[in-house]
Structure formats: C-alpha cells, structure tokens
Design a protein around this ligand. Structure first.
Ligand code: BES
Ligand code: ZN
Ligand code: ZN
Length: 437
C-alpha cells in the first residue's frame, strides 16, 4: 500500500469527535469515523475501521483528513499509518485477497519511515507464523533468517546437529530428534557499537504435535503457530537494523519440530542440558522450555548480555489466563519488567507480570534428576509461571524477562488492525523497548 501526501481521491475519510469511538457514518461521499477521548490506540483503531469500510464499498484508494488534535501532529499521522498498514495485511500466498492500494493523507508533512519499517516487520512475522506446516520446516526458518542477515549485512551463525552435540545442547537435540529436518540454533548479531549486547531469544518450534504426549484434536490444529517467538525475534532484529538503532542486539533462535515418530524422545527420559543440569521429561509436550533452556544458557555464557528477553508461545495456561489480549511476563528484574510494561502501554501490546515465588521454583525440583520439565499438579497449576521458573534456572543471574505469547501470537478472530491468524506479537513491543532503552 502506497502512503501519499495531499493527493485527492474520490473516497474521503474524516474523523468526527461528535461520533462515539467505533461509530461510523457514510453518506455516499464521506466516511466519518468517531474519535473521542483520543489516544494513539483509538487512532489506530479508527484508521483500521476506515480502511475496512473502504474495502467494503469496493474501493482501492482513499484520502484521510488528518485531524487537529491535542497532541503532536506527527504522532497522529504515525498512529493513522500504523493502523492502516497493520489492517491492510493479508496472508495472500494461497488465496488472492482484496487490499487497499493507496491512501493519501491530507496534512502538512509526512515523516513515517520508522512506522513503516516497524509495521512491515510485524507483517513479516505474521507471514512466517501463517505459513503452512508442510512448508515451514526448521530448514525453511533457517533460510528466512539467512535472507534477513544477507540483506542487512549481519553476521549469522547456524549451529547444526554436530555443533549442538559437541556443545552438549542435548535438550534441543532431543526435542528435534524425530523431525523431517534437524534441529538447529540460529544466531544473528546486530552490533552497531561496542557496548554490552542484549539478547532476544525466540521459541522456534515449527510444529508442535506434542511428541509422544501427542496433542489431541482441538489442540493440535493451530500448532504451526509455535514458532511465533522466533518470528518476533527475526522481525525485531530486522526492524532494528533497518532503523539503524544504536543498540547491540543478538537474536537467538532455537529451531526444532516436536514430532511423534520412531525416533522421538520419551516421557521419562532424563537429559543432560548444556548448563549441566539434568532434566526429567515428564511430558514431551512441554518442549518449548527445553529448547529455550539450552539456547538461553549457551547464549548467556557466550555473549554476557546486559539482559536477555525470551519470547515464546510457551503455555496453554497463559492463553487460559489472559485470552488473546495480553502477554504473560515472568522476570527476575523489576527495572526490565517496568521498561517492558511502559513499552506495552505505548504500543498497546499489553503485558502483565506474574510472580515468581520460591514455591514455584520448588515445584520443578526433580526426584531422580536436578529438575523436571513440568511444575506441580503435572504442570496444571500455575503453568505459565512454572514454565518461567524452569527457564530461570538457565540464565545464571542475568537480568531476564520471559514473555509468554501463547494467546497474543495467534488470534482466532480479527479485531481492529489485527487480522486473524498470526499477529506479529512482540515485534512492536520489543522495537519500542529498544527505541526507548
Ligand atoms: N506450544 C504449547 C503451548 C501453547 C498452547 C501455545 C496453546 C499456544 C496455544 C506448549 O508447547 C505446550 O504444549 N505446553 C503444555 C505444557 C504442559 C504439558 C505442562 C501446555 O500448556 O499444555
Ligand atoms: Zn508442546
Ligand atoms: Zn510448544
């Protein structure tokens, strides 16, 4: 979609402070969208309503009069553009779908480069999540990572089975043992200065069948989404490099498929992790924490980061707790949690922190191993937190935040500027954090 300045189109959109939010009128000439008690999110939503109405009346181009509001014009323009670019996203690889071709903003000037980059990176993450399981192997994800690195001239390292085995990353190896393509660890470095880097680490389970603890019907259908954390991490480093942010960021992406087959790992297996801790696998469907554990432990040791953030579709528990509207946050660091919370308010990618009491740590202590991969009541109680408690065992004392996007990453219905399917959750949040940190 082209965004233009002061070009005239027949289809016209205006914002109207006499109409309530989400209210819309159309007299055949002008689409009026309600806008009251305005903030950035209300503007994004209003812009998305406008775009959808124009599609409904079968037009491909329109103009929007940018309203004079209490806050900065540039912020208004950018919120409009954000709402437009994110709503105009369609996953069109397998079915052609109507999209808006051009929007002209009637206003003084446009400075929308940053917003464009961030929205495109979000839509890129959505594309990765929406790709079908038969295409989206670990190999496919590696090649996507390589494309980003090549285009932006970033250093990329891919550790394959031999390397992983030499390094002792047996958790990652075990989870991916029975898949059509082998597990691997992708690392992309964006290092514009010589300061201590931050690490972002994303769960990349390209399909989560559950392994031997096979997922049943009604739980397995959307499990191509289980690499959404890795998509968020790739989208974020892509945007950060394109924006030339002055921040050292290392993207760490463990990739595996949690398949069931003759070579699958077993419930009851005890595996020695990269960190040296032995882990009893009481449920092969709690695989995300296993691959993240090795990736976090290895990257924290290797890069000595200022802080590390992992992002993952980790638990059904998080989805049950928050629905699709919120990301679960588990952290050992108040300052980092606060920064993420502030970024969440700015982007409306909301996060909510959960406690990490000692009792949760105690619940993953093993009987015949150092730790086990599910918490108390077979992982049923406080599942989102005990998964976080598990990860905490692998990050040493590094300031760390865990983002569980099990609900936020994939929506079963469309709302405002977020179409159903992959949402790109985490990209705008993390980029916003880095812009302000
Ligand atoms: N990928 C799933 C979590 C998930 C569920 C993400 C629904 C998005 C939507 C994860 O690997 C998983 O299966 N977790 C188990 C853990 C349990 C066995 C302790 C779960 O949440 O049921
Ligand atoms: Zn699982
Ligand atoms: Zn999973």
């Amino acid at each position: 979609m082209k965004i233009e300045l002061n070009k005239k189109y027949d289809t016209k959109v205006e914002f109207d402070t006499n109409l309530d939010n989400n209210e819309l009128t159309y007299d055949g000439k002008v689409i009026k969208i309600g806008l009251k008690k305005v903030d950035a999110e209300k503007i994004r939503r209003a812009a998305s309503l406008a775009l959808k109405k124009v599609l409904e009346i079968k037009q491909k181009e329109f103009q929007i009069k940018v309203p004079k509001l209490d806050f900065l014009d540039n912020a208004v323009v950018n919120s409009i553009v954000e709402g437009l670019l994110l709503s105009n996203y369609k996953f069109s690889k397998y079915k052609k779908q109507e999209k808006i071709k051009a929007v002209s903003l009637i206003t003084k000037e446009l400075n929308i480069k940053t917003t464009k980059i961030i929205c495109e990176a979000t839509n890129y993450a959505r594309d990765l999540v929406n790709e079908i399981p038969s295409v989206k192997s670990t190999e496919y994800m590696e090649s996507e990572a390589r494309k980003i690195a090549k285009k932006l001239n970033l250093k990329i390292t891919v550790l394959k089975e031999n390397d992983l085995s030499r390094l002792g990353m047996n958790l990652l190896l075990s989870v991916g043992r029975s898949a059509r393509t082998s597990p691997r660890l992708v690392i992309i470095e964006y290092l514009p200065n010589d300061k201590q880097p931050v690490i972002i680490c994303g769960k990349g389970i390209v399909f989560d069948a559950g392994g031997m603890n096979l997922k049943p019907t009604n739980y397995i259908e959307n499990m191509k989404l289980d690499m959404a954390g890795s998509a968020a991490v790739l989208g974020t480093i892509k945007a950060a490099a394109e924006l030339k942010l002055n921040k050292n960021i290392i993207a760490v992406v463990p990739l595996a498929e949690n398949a069931i087959g003759p070579n699958s790992y077993y419930p009851g297996d005890i595996i020695k992790s990269y960190r040296g801790l032995t882990v009893e696998v009481l449920n092969t469907d709690a695989e995300g924490r296993l691959i993240l554990a090795d990736a976090l432990a290895y990257s924290v040791d290797k890069y000595n980061p200022k802080y590390v953030i992992d992002i993952a579709t980790l638990t059904g528990s998080c989805l049950v707790t928050f629905g699709e509207f919120c990301t679960g946050l588990v952290s050992n660091d108040d300052a980092l949690s606060e920064k993420l919370y502030k970024a969440s308010l700015r982007t409306y990618e909301r996060v909510w922190r959960l406690p990490l009491f000692d009792e949760y740590q105690d619940s993953i202590k093993g009987d015949v191993s150092d730790i086990k991969n599910i918490g108390y009541k077979r992982g049923k109680y406080a599942g989102c937190i005990t998964a976080g408690a598990f990860l905490e065992r692998f990050i040493k004392d590094t300031p760390w935040a865990h983002l569980d996007i099990a609900g936020a990453a994939f929506w079963e219905e469309s709302r405002f500027y977020t179409p159903k399917g992959g949402t790109g959750a985490g990209v705008r949040l993390l980029v916003n954090l880095f812009q302000n940190d």
